[in-house]
Ligand binder design. Structure first.
Ligand code: ATP
Length: 403
């Protein structure tokens, strides 16, 4: 399943003003970028636009300034780091209103191949409401709009959807293309066996993902906090483990659906329990115990998959030709409770299968463990990749011109 949208390869931007929406929403600590994966992932498109002789105007949101200027969420550090990564100046147009005098003057003064970066688009309150005024201002800056921000593609905002509808030409960039190719092929056209691994805290966050993936995959593996609602649906005692009482019936339905479809649905067979949630979350002194999944004591909480489950899940992952993984297997922020998440990451690192990590916590975990280069694809978008796995159309993609 290819992406039926025009891309940067279908246009010639020589001498044109190109507004390129990137996802520069990177973690910052004391003004320093602590993970620059998203910047690196944006480089191929930016380099292509420079090489073609475009006047490259970059924009992005960063964090949640909630519609007003917040100096700690300025994109200035991103401009500085991008200048280093590109080996050429990325001029920062520091307007609190984003499209202000600085930006307009900088754009007017651009030569072919120059790059500027606008201020955080969420400094404007219209941004997240897809308000027309700000969309128009953004569109007035450009002849061509390029959307390469996969991480925001599940939102309809001014800087990815509003502007795309107003700009004379709107296409997608290489990162967007790559994300959709990997995720799309995995879901719609997987080399089988296709194993999907879901974890994370809440079942409710992933209802549609569970349902959609169950139809598409051969084996669905459930871990993390959401596994306990499934175990409860099987009638097990789950003690004080995380549970969503309103979704027990749903989990029961999914178990029945898997049987009906002849799919394997793997649930934990053993679990690591504690008698309280660690506080602080990374408390290395937390006492643990391993129990069978159907024998969780009434006063204990499940915090990670147990050793037998780790083996079971790793084996299942290794037998696959395509694996999609989203969500940690346990409270991986704690070193004592990270073994399940590590085991899955290791299994994916060891296999020759196409391995796709669906962003968010699982992507962070894989990178932290140094397995990043061993994965076929690590999505730059947690929420966007989840919505994609639900089978939803992403507004940020839909807004680009068709081929
Ligand atoms: P994102 O939406 O960013 O991709 P995610 O899907 O990877 O995130 P979340 O649903 O946000 O994951 O859940 C991750 C959180 O779930 C982690 O903070 C982890 O500590 C927590 N978690 C995992 N297992 C358990 C458990 N057994 N009990 C309680 N919390 C858990």
């Amino acid at each position: 399943m290819g992406l039926n949208k025009k891309s940067v390869d279908d246009i010639n931007v020589k001498g044109l003003r190109v507004l390129c929406r990137c996802d520069f929403n990177v973690p910052l600590k004391d003004g320093k970028i602590t993970d620059e994966n998203r910047l690196v992932a944006a480089l191929p498109t930016i380099k292509k636009l420079i090489a073609d002789g475009g006047k490259v105007i970059l924009c992005s949101h960063l964090g949640k300034p909630k519609g007003e200027p917040k100096p700690e969420l300025s994109l200035a550090p991103v401009a500085a780091r991008l200048s280093e990564l590109l080996g050429q100046e990325v001029k920062f147009a520091a307007d609190d209103e984003v499209v202000g005098e600085n930006a307009k003057a900088a754009v007017a003064a651009m030569n072919d191949g120059d790059v500027i970066l606008l201020q955080n688009t969420r400094y404007r309150k219209e941004e997240t409401k897809n308000g027309e005024e700000f969309s128009k201002e953004l569109a007035s800056l450009c002849d061509v709009f390029v959307n390469d921000a996969f991480g925001t593609a599940h939102r309809a905002h001014c800087s990815n959807v509003g502007v795309a509808e107003l700009a004379p030409v709107a296409v997608v960039g290489y990162l967007m293309q790559k994300e959709i190719d990997f995720l799309g092929n995995a879901v719609e056209n997987p080399v089988r066996p296709f194993v999907a691994i879901l974890g994370g805290a809440k079942v409710a966050d992933k209802l549609n993902v569970i349902n959609n993936l169950l139809e598409k995959c051969d084996t669905l593996i459930i871990g993390g906090g959401m596994a306990y609602t499934f175990l409860k649906a099987k009638g097990y005692e789950i003690g004080t483990s995380l549970v969503d009482n309103e979704k027990i019936e749903y989990c029961g339905e999914m178990i029945a659906k898997a049987e009906q479809l002849g799919k394997k649905l793997l649930l934990p067979v053993d679990t690591v329990v504690t008698d309280h949630f660690p506080d602080p979350i990374d408390d290395p002194e937390i006492a643990t115990e391993v129990v069978a999944a159907d024998a969780i004591p009434a006063d204990k909480m499940g915090m990670d998959i147990g050793p037998k489950t780790r083996e079971l899940y790793a084996e299942a992952a290794k037998s696959a030709k395509t694996v999609v993984w989203n969500g940690p297997m346990g409270v991986f922020e704690n070193p004592v409770l990270a073994a399940g998440t590590k085991a899955v990451a290791q299994a994916l690192a060891d296999t020759d299968a196409t391995t796709i990590i669906g962003g968010g916590d699982s992507a962070a975990a894989v990178n932290q463990m140094g397995f990043g280069p061993k994965m076929s694809h690590i999505s730059t978008g947690g929420g966007a990749s989840l919505e994609f796995l639900e089978g939803k159309e992403l507004p940020g993609v839909a807004a680009a011109n068709d081929k």
